[in-house]
Design a protein around this ligand. Structure first.
Ligand SMILES: [Fe+2]
Ligand SMILES: [Fe+2]
Length: 256
């Protein structure tokens, strides 16, 4: 293990990872996940984090929900991935799930350092899990990508807007992982959806957008205190998520 302490410089260094190209290649992605695990900086957070009182309380509440979402064991995703029949893709999915679990671990540390407690259940996570299991691997990934977009945008705002260096570093690190998760799922979906007829792709896009905006509106309603404490309006948050989502959705469906 060649982990290194997390600093502002190492947190944004992707240069040593073999970042996969645009066509989905499971062996390239396997190498990426392996290198990302080896080169991952060690996260060192203070035992106690004290921010502005209202920011801290609202941030705890939001991060508790994310912590549950990142905790899952990914049993269904693993099961679907195995059916796909590519052992290297299964390895990638395993390492992807481990990265999400490491995010859950980091979020736990942040929440506890802010004197918050961990939740064991929240309706938003339950709703996402139910929707993801509706049909098969592609459906699971379509819904997962919505959650990844919202998570990446929220973590980026925490890194940018909360004036506290250890949190900026740790959330920048998570954002880098999330950017690559989006790329990983988008490229896989693009490969899987390539042969769909044009009309079907547009229909999927329409339904996908409806799910995305429903999730976004539910999110800004549920996390309005944290967004307000970071001076982010609901409209700004939705617009930021929307830009990322549309790039990924049109790419996955080959509608660029
Ligand atoms: Fe994550
Ligand atoms: Fe992720």
């Amino acid at each position: 293990m060649t982990s290194q302490p997390l600093t502002a410089d190492t947190s944004i260094d992707l240069s040593r990872r073999s970042v996969p190209t645009t066509t989905f290649d499971s062996s390239q992605w396997r190498r990426y996940f392996e290198e990302n695990r080896k080169l991952r900086p060690v996260v060192r957070l203070p035992n106690e984090i004290a921010l502005d009182e209202s920011l801290q309380a609202s941030l705890i509440s939001s991060l508790q929900r994310f912590q549950i979402g990142e905790t899952g064991e990914g049993r269904h995703l693993r099961k679907y991935a195995k059916k796909y029949g590519d052992p290297e893709y299964v390895q990638c999915v395993d390492m992807f799930i481990k990265e999400e679990q490491s995010h859950a671990q980091i979020l736990s540390q942040v929440i506890l350092a802010m004197n918050g407690n961990l939740l064991s259940w929240h309706w938003t996570d339950f709703a996402f899990v139910c929707m993801r299991r509706l049909l098969h691997l592609k459906t699971e990934l379509l819904i997962l990508l919505v959650a990844e977009v919202i998570g990446k945008c929220f973590y980026k705002y925490v890194a940018d807007k909360v004036d506290y260096k250890p949190l900026e570093e740790v959330f920048s690190l998570i954002v880098l992982d999330e950017i690559m998760h989006l790329k990983f799922h988008t490229e896989f979906l693009s490969e899987q959806l390539r042969s769909y007829p044009w009309a079907v792709k547009h229909f999927v896009h329409y339904i996908w957008c409806m799910i995305f905006y429903t999730a976004c509106f539910a999110f800004v309603f549920d996390h309005k205190k944290a967004l307000k404490a970071m001076n982010i309006s609901s409209a700004e948050f939705i617009e930021t998520c929307s830009k990322t989502f549309h790039v990924k959705a049109t790419r996955a469906l080959g509608l660029e």
